[in-house]
Design a protein around this ligand. Structure first.
Ligand code: SF4
Ligand code: SF4
Length: 379
């Protein structure tokens, strides 16, 4: 059967649609472009789950009524359902095809406030100034059913081979941010100077397509100002040569910050040279710029309590989180630890031990107190 001939109007509409698609792609490419990329590495062998990073971030950026339920930095126990609840099953990200050339967006779910967990109110007055001596601190109002760190220390495995570890998470400031692609207002962009992904609050209309699209579920909806909001990698600090609060405050010296392309810096060395720092869920296709040193663990014990030469944390689980490089990273860590305990030098161990904090953040190693001093002097 002969194909119906297109009218001149149909041909013109098709042409215009193609032009618009091309224009949109060019806009997205421009918004995604950055001259350099800042990144962070988190060593899961050093993280003690103290939440100092979460609180440092909260007190700095999300401490008002509109942002009260937001935790731009979360630390969850693994294996666990995390924040928001069961986020790894919510979709988003890309299906990457043809050697990384084609990225097809995957439809994601919009997490509910309940899945994030509300900002609870506590009975402080009753406990601190009330007459009852037996009052205990507890949330008031509706009984909470989920929260930001709800499944803390539950872990996995069976006794005597139970295990858990902590997973701090922020926005990954991805090289291919699905949030940026999904925004019909082109309100999300990567800063050209450092690759930090930010939301332009003037342009944002609160549609929440970005929240659905981010596979890490690291964008929150501000229901008072009707905006998407998320980690900004403390860029006002970065601009002054100071590391983000989450990294700077970490008492375990578990977090590094630096340029990915600085071959002399610890971030480049851990990610590119030693290949012990891996992205979380690389299969999401966004190319995250937060990397993790996977956790080592004691070997398994058999029924008689004898040591088995098998890993306590199943490698399959670590590969699920950090991709196929997890096993190789653990081997490198073990070899270098062995070298160091035999008195041999190991560049990798020196970096990971981090005796000198300034070396962890170069060139973002200024003392934040100097900022106050500068501001006071100007004022
Ligand atoms: Fe966007 Fe999510 Fe990547 Fe952050 S982690 S840049 S919010 S896709
Ligand atoms: Fe882990 Fe450091 Fe955060 Fe504490 S401050 S939870 S040690 S990353």
């Amino acid at each position: 059967m002969a194909e119906k001939k297109k009218t001149a109007e149909e041909i013109a509409t098709e042409k215009r649609q193609k032009e618009l698609t091309k224009e949109l792609q060019a806009t997205k490419e421009r918004l995604r472009y950055s001259k350099r990329q800042i990144a962070s590495v988190i060593d899961l062998n050093k993280c003690i789950g103290c939440q100092t990073c979460s609180v440092a971030c909260k007190t700095l950026w999300t401490d008002d009524e509109a942002t009260d339920y937001m935790w731009w930095n979360t630390v969850n126990t693994q294996p666990g359902l995390g924040s928001p609840k069961d986020w790894e099953k919510m979709g988003g990200g890309y299906k990457v095809r043809f050697e990384g050339k084609v990225r097809e967006p995957i439809k994601g779910k919009l997490p509910s406030r309940e899945e994030f967990g509300e900002a609870w109110k506590f009975n402080y007055e009753e406990v601190y100034t009330g007459s009852s001596q037996s009052a205990v601190l507890k949330p008031v109002g509706k009984e909470p059913e989920w929260g930001v760190n709800w499944d803390e220390d539950q872990g996995g495995g069976e006794y005597p081979n139970a295990f858990y570890f902590y997973l701090p998470r922020i926005c990954n400031h991805c090289t291919y941010p699905t949030c940026l692609d999904a925004c019909p207002r082109s309100a999300i962009y990567k800063r050209q100077e450092d690759g930090i992904a930010v939301i332009d609050e003037e342009r944002c209309k609160g549609y929440r397509f970005c929240v659905e699209a981010c596979p890490y579920k690291k964008i929150y909806f501000n229901k008072i100002d009707l905006l998407g909001q998320k980690c900004i990698f403390c860029y006002p600090r970065i601009e002054k040569g100071v590391a983000p609060a989450c990294a700077r405050q970490c008492p375990a010296r578990a977090r590094w910050v630096g340029w990915v392309d600085d071959e002399t810096g610890p971030v480049h060395k851990l990610v590119k040279k030693w290949k012990v720092a891996l992205p979380l869920h690389p299969e999401y296709g966004t190319e995250p710029n937060v990397f993790y040193v996977p956790p080592l663990a004691p070997p398994r014990l058999d029924a008689e309590g004898k040591i088995e030469e098998k890993p306590r944390i199943p490698l399959r689980y670590l590969e699920y989180l950090f991709g196929p490089g997890a096993g190789g990273a653990l081997k490198i860590l073990k070899v270098e630890m062995e070298k160091r305990s035999n008195g041999q030098p190991s560049e990798l161990m020196e970096i990971l031990i981090a005796k000198e904090w300034k070396g962890m953040f170069k060139p973002f190693d200024k003392d934040p107190l100097t900022l106050t001093w500068e501001r006071k002097k100007k004022g």
